[in-house]
Structures are given as C-alpha cells and as structure tokens.
Design a protein around this ligand. Structure first.
Ligand code: FES
Ligand code: FES
Length: 153
C-alpha cells in the first residue's frame, strides 16, 4: 500500500513520518510512537477514551486518519506536564479523586483542556457538555466535574 510522508508536531516535538492511508491517528500514537496514554476503547467514536487535541480542538483519534495530521499540531496527555510538573487539570483530578480505573482519564482531561483554554470560567452545564463525549463507567462524573471546575477558580 502506498505510504504518505507527513510532517507534524506531536507534544511540541517535530516528526516526519511515513504513514499508511488507512492508519488511524490512534494507531500511530500508540503502536508506532509508544504514546500509550491515549486509550483505545470503542474505536468507533463513542467513548472518548482516545481524545487528543489537534490544533487545540478535541477529537477522537480513532476517527482521524494519520495522513490528516500533516502540517498540524497534536497534543496528547503525555504533552501536558511541563518541566516535570503536572498540568493543573492533572493535579486537580488527583486531588478530587476523579481517577478510578483511569481508563477515561486521559481523554477526559484533553476535552477539559480545550474547554479551559476557550472558556476560563465555565458553568457546570458547560463542563458537562464539554465532556459529554467522554464516557466514564466508574466515577458518576461528580468528582470529574468538581476537578475541572476547581481549575477555573
Ligand atoms: S476509542 Fe475513539 S471514541 Fe472510543
Ligand atoms: S475512572 Fe474508570 S472509566 Fe472513568
């Protein structure tokens, strides 16, 4: 199968990669780049476990083909910490016990990241809307909403 050469920036690092036309971004991240923080759930755009940011917008990486990130910037949960310091959202999730099994957490945090960048003081309803594409089977969402809410204050 014909391969594409793409140039992209992932977690502030430049890459030139050879990718297949039918390879998903999720596969590229996990299988080739070893960025396994992004989780594989349903693979049909339903669960949000695979959420990453592309040019600041939260997307399901299982629905994005690798060639589509050519010329774009991707941020995964591995790219949130700076100088060994966790992102405020990560700290807040820990503080509020918003991580139980943890499978939804990376995707949940990436959706929250887009929200807090665009809307510094979201209401509870806006938080719940922002994470509505991220399913959590463990927490009941209350701690997650509290964690995101506190980052705004
Ligand atoms: S694995 Fe992508 S939305 Fe579920
Ligand atoms: S913490 Fe287990 S799915 Fe959310």
């Amino acid at each position: 199968m014909k391969k594409f050469i793409i140039k992209t920036v992932i977690n502030n690092r430049k890459y030139e990669l050879s990718v297949s036309p039918n390879q998903t971004l999720l596969d590229l991240l996990r299988e080739e780049l070893g960025l396994t923080g992004t989780k594989r759930g349903c693979e049909v755009g339903e669960c949000g476990a695979c959420t990453v940011l592309i040019n600041g917008e939260a997307v399901n990486s299982c629905l994005v083909l690798a060639p589509q990130i050519d010329g774009k910037e991707v941020l995964t949960v591995e790219g949130l910490a700076e100088d060994g310091e966790l992102h405020p959202l990560q700290k807040s999730f820990m503080k509020h016990d918003a991580v139980h099994c943890g499978y939804c957490t990376p995707g949940m945090i990436m959706s929250a990241k887009q929200l807090v960048e665009e809307n510094p003081q979201p209401t509870e309803e806006e938080i719940r809307t922002a994470i509505s594409g991220n399913l959590c089977r463990c927490t009941g969402y209350v701690q997650i909403v509290d964690a995101i809410s506190e980052v705004q204050k």
